[in-house]
Ligand binder design. Structure first.
Ligand SMILES: *Cc1c(COP(=O)(O)O)cnc(C)c1O
Length: 458
């Protein structure tokens, strides 16, 4: 399996190289040259999650990992998800299902991909003896998932930049309390988009990139997208592999893009519905064709508070028929504020994606409604998803909404909505007692670069 950059100017890589590098050297994102069909779709219901994962992921990894290596990595990764089904599908109402992706060690769906790629990195680095420095930008959940997955892994330092004061206390403590020496939490003065921009600066500094063996585990990393394909497949299998709609609380477009891959593999997904909060660049783009950045408005669903949605570039690349030159041009225009999607590409996008946006009050109201109707307590991101899904329900077509985080990760919003503070699961007891380790840093690439050079242990 060969991977090409959406901007067409970076070397073609195999799976392991694409995983270890994250972002392509031309600033683009890696995509497989072709998406393999998944055989035996009708035989998947009732199989363990790990078995489905092996069948879904295997065709993408090519010669990078042996069957035994991949199976071992999958087993170790998902043993840490505290639910026998790993991604259980529960019913909210007739025809509407919730895919619970929050039973992992940091209580958000990010654990599914991060736990697996940490195991794959471990195998690849042990084989090559290479040492690397992972730098990540997070609005909260990616960072905690990465730190939890990579702490104590040999040959890897992990630096996570998060926007100071803009993550929840649980998210912050999940990043600042692990005491492994290879973990470094950086609180950056600025928004998530600033952290993401600084990350791109570091990747585009090729001398630095080579010097520290820079690797990225943000959702632009292809290996993460692949891992997220699996739960679309298990959900569709549970529903009998008939045409199903999926509604996905969306920020960087990684999770929903995994749904597009599942569909390209042959899984009967009818519509993928992008659910956004008040930071609705994707909803505006799909509605008007105009992709234009604005101010970030902090919300009660902070993991979706973004203005630039990185993985959307992959969807654009497909919508433009693989025209890397056109994508490079659009991304250059984005630097000065935005671009207009061509009519043909917009039509192609609309054949795959619908969208909806919900505001803060509606999100809180939906947490209340679902608690009253079902007893289930949603996190605010999942509530955005459920609210948008309810605008698009159609009789006869099952709807699956992805529940992306555990309510206990966002207790303030949940308390505002329903007056209770959800308990942390037992495996997280003690989070509020452990000391924090964190470094404040300005929103400045030079300062961040120096800090990394000074602190890395490899
Ligand atoms: C990361 C995250 C999202 C957004 O997912 P993307 O892949 O960035 O679109 C939604 N909800 C939660 C809880 C998250 O952590």
């Amino acid at each position: 399996m060969r991977y090409v950059s959406t901007r067409g100017e970076a070397p073609v890589l195999d799976f392991e190289q694409a995983m270890l590098s994250g972002l392509a050297r031309d600033g683009g994102l890696y995509l497989p040259q072709t998406v393999p069909a998944l055989s035996g779709l009708g035989d998947l219901d009732g199989l363990p999650y790990e078995e489905v994962a092996l069948r879904v992921i295997r065709p993408f990894t090519g010669d990078s990992f042996s069957d035994d290596e991949l199976r071992g990595a999958i087993d170790r990764a998902y043993a840490r998800i505290a639910h026998a089904a790993r991604a259980p599908l529960v019913q909210l109402a007739p025809g509407h299902h919730l895919l619970e992706l929050f039973h992992g060690p940091t209580l958000a769906f990010k654990d599914f991909a991060m736990q697996l790629i940490a195991q794959l990195f471990r195998i690849a680095l042990a084989r090559s003896g290479q040492r690397i420095t992972i730098v990540g930008a997070t609005s909260g959940d990616t960072g905690s998932a990465a730190i939890e997955a990579f702490r104590g892994i040999d040959n890897v330092d992990v630096f996570i930049m998060f926007p100071h004061g803009r993550v929840s206390e649980v998210q912050r403590r999940q990043m600042t309390t692990p005491d492994a020496p290879n973990i470094h939490a950086l609180a950056v003065s600025g928004h998530f988009d600033d952290c993401q921009a600084r990350l791109k600066d570091l990747f585009n500094d090729h001398a630095f990139r080579d010097r520290v063996g820079l690797a990225g585990v943000n959702s632009i990393n292809w290996a993460r997208v692949v891992a997220q394909v699996v739960y679309y497949v298990t959900a569709a299998a549970s529903l009998g592999m008939r045409q199903t709609d999926f509604c996905v609380p969306t920020g960087n477009f990684g999770d929903i893009f995994a749904g597009s891959i599942a569909r390209a593999m042959g899984v009967p997904i009818r519509r993928l519905i992008v659910a956004t909060n008040q930071n609705d660049i994707l909803h505006r783009a799909l509605t008007t064709g105009d992709y234009r950045t604005g101010e970030v408005h902090p919300s009660i669903s902070p993991s979706m508070d973004i203005q630039v949605s990185s993985n959307f570039e992959r969807a654009l690349y497909w919508a433009y028929g693989g025209d890397a030159g056109a994508i490079a041009q659009l991304m250059a225009e984005l630097k000065s504020g935005g671009f207009t999607i061509s009519q043909g590409a917009l039509q192609a996008l609309r054949e795959q994606y619908l969208s909806g946006r919900v505001g803060e009050d509606e999100t809180l109201a939906m947490i209340r409604t679902i608690r009253e109707e079902t007893g289930e307590v949603l996190c605010p991101h999942s509530a955005v998803g459920v609210a948008v899904a309810r605008q698009h329900l159609e009789p006869g077509v099952p709807m699956v909404t992805l529940a992306t985080a555990h309510p206990a990760k966002f207790p303030d919003a949940v308390e505002r909505a329903v007056g209770i503070r959800p308990d942390l699961p037992p495996h997280m007891a003690g989070l509020f007692d452990r000391p924090e380790r964190v470094t404040r840093v300005e929103n400045d690439v030079e300062a961040i670069r120096s800090l990394i050079l000074e602190r890395r242990t490899n």
